[in-house]
Design a protein around this ligand. Structure first.
Ligand SMILES: [Zn+2]
Length: 154
């Protein structure tokens, strides 16, 4: 199964096979040509699917570990969960999606040719005291400072 993220419909670059995508993608495809492409695929070999709850739990847990959770949209999480569940190949240009795919051993390809080569670990660091968290908080839990930056650990 080939799981298509938005870029696949925008660029029309993806391998041949059986396709699946998630319900929210439709709203992300705005230009006329891509919409037409999407509709044509839907009429032939594209299925709209949603993963089961157990797959979401695994994806969300992993996203918190890599520090990608706060930059992922709902649709992004849908895509990863579906790729995980059907053991498919995800087609995406989104580095956060690629990062979690890498961490979960899900195959992925990009439309642009740009692909991350190693897993990245992100954390949230207070600019005042340097305290580090896995998820983004509004205020630093140590000193209360509001300026928190996303930093790459590795
Ligand atoms: Zn602080």
């Amino acid at each position: 199964m080939i799981v298509l993220d938005t870029c696949a419909f925008l660029t029309q670059k993806h391998p041949e096979g059986e396709y699946a995508t998630v319900p929210g993608i439709k709203n992300e495809i705005v230009n006329k040509q891509s919409k037409q492409y999407f509709e044509n695929m839907l009429a032939t070999n594209l299925k709209i699917m949603k993963a089961e709850k157990s797959s979401y739990e695994i994806v969300q847990k992993q996203a918190k570990e890599t520090g990608d959770f706060d930059v992922l949209s709902r649709v992004d999480i849908d895509i990863i969960a579906l790729g995980y569940q059907c053991k498919g190949t995800i087609i995406t240009d989104d580095f956060a999606i690629q990062n979690i795919a890498l961490a979960l051993n899900i195959k992925f390809l990009s439309c642009s040719g740009k692909i991350i080569s190693e897993k990245r670990i992100w954390r949230y660091r207070c600019t005042a005291c340097g305290h580090i968290e896995k998820i983004k908080l509004k205020n630093c839990s140590v000193c209360g400072n509001e300026e928190i930056r996303r930093v790459k650990l590795k």
